[in-house]
Ligand binder design. Structure first.
Ligand code: SAM
Length: 295
């Protein structure tokens, strides 16, 4: 570790923070990426060209945004912090292909935002990439939101906590396997691009991060009658991790009552005392189809 990286902002980021007397806000997970090498790793993994539209969540001080604007046709960036939105007007002034939206990425209709920015009204939806150094406090809900909706993203390149990246690529049975692993498996091919140390951020997070690449499968590996029911069953099964499937699903709102859970599980040949972490995606799909058929 060099003296320069002792949790102090460096280079361009430092200039921006000092010149604007800006203090990073913990409540919005503001850990700015300082190191051009890792900006480069994210940009390389996104593999953009001038035909593509990119959605960025949390542009911050624009470290990634500028590189995205250089390489993509159009960038739409959603930032919750009004102070940063004001700074970004200057930072991104040289680029005429970036639209910064002041809003909460958990609430904004991200698909609609991208489609409006792409401007092909009436034409078929424009596929897009999602690139982000995600705020830690909402990483899982944001990724789940992007996975649950059948939006037209093709690829996501995301900086997340290392532990979340491990959950994304986990297989059944392990401690990391959960709703996020299943959501990712259903929608995407996932891989970890690189591990990122805390020293390359300002302020430094407590933990290692990782860049993950999710490529939309377009054709999910299992057939389901309703994606909404599939995600409800998955989330219901893991909402109370220590509970058996019977208890977890009976309390989840997905089933009318315990009897219905027992019937659906029996029809799928799945023992009611099993727990969510032992089930494959195909077994979740079978359960979801059982409930969807009862509706
Ligand atoms: N992209 C910048 C970088 O790499 O240096 C900043 C990344 S920082 C980890 C996360 C960014 O997300 C911050 O700019 C923060 O203000 C923003 N943010 C936090 N919560 C958000 C939300 N709900 N919607 C949109 N942006 C959010």
């Amino acid at each position: 570790m060099t003296g320069k990286s002792q949790g102090k902002p460096t280079g361009k980021t430092k200039q921006l923070l000092t010149a604007n007397d800006f203090r990073a806000k913990k409540k919005w997970g503001q850990n700015f990426l300082l190191e051009p090498k890792f900006v480069g790793r994210i940009i390389d993994a996104a593999d953009l060209n001038k035909e593509q539209v990119v959605l960025e969540i949390g542009p911050g001080l624009g470290a990634l945004t500028k590189q995205l604007a250089e390489r993509a046709k159009q960038v739409v960036a959603v930032e919750i912090d009004g102070e940063l939105v004001a700074l970004l007007k200057d930072i991104l002034a040289p680029y005429d292909n970036v639209q910064v939206c002041h809003g909460d990425a958990m609430k904004v209709d991200l698909e609609q935002l991208v489609q409006e920015a792409a401007g092909d009204e009436g034409a078929s939806p424009v596929p897009f990439s999602v690139v982000a150094n995600l705020p830690y406090y909402i990483t899982t809900p944001i990724v789940m939101r992007l996975l649950e909706q059948n939006w037209h993203w093709q690829k996501m390149v995301l900086m997340v906590q290392k532990e979340v990246a491990e959950r994304m690529v986990a297989s059944p049975g392990g401690k990391d396997y959960g709703a996020l692993s299943l959501g990712v498996q259903y929608r995407a091919e996932a891989s970890i691009v690189t591990i990122v140390p805390p020293t390359v951020f300002y302020p430094r997070p407590q933990v290692d991060s990782a860049v993950v690449l999710l490529e939309n499968r377009l054709e999910p590996p299992v057939d389901v009658l309703s994606e909404k029911v599939l995600f409800s069953v998955i989330k219901g099964a893991f909402a109370q991790r220590r509970k058996t499937l019977l208890n977890a699903l009976s309390n989840s709102g997905v089933a009318k009552n315990k009897e219905q859970v027992l019937q659906v599980l029996a029809a799928c040949g799945i023992a009611p005392e099993r727990r969510g972490e032992t089930l494959s995606l195909a077994e979740f799909a079978a359960i979801a189809n059982g409930f969807a058929a009862c509706k």
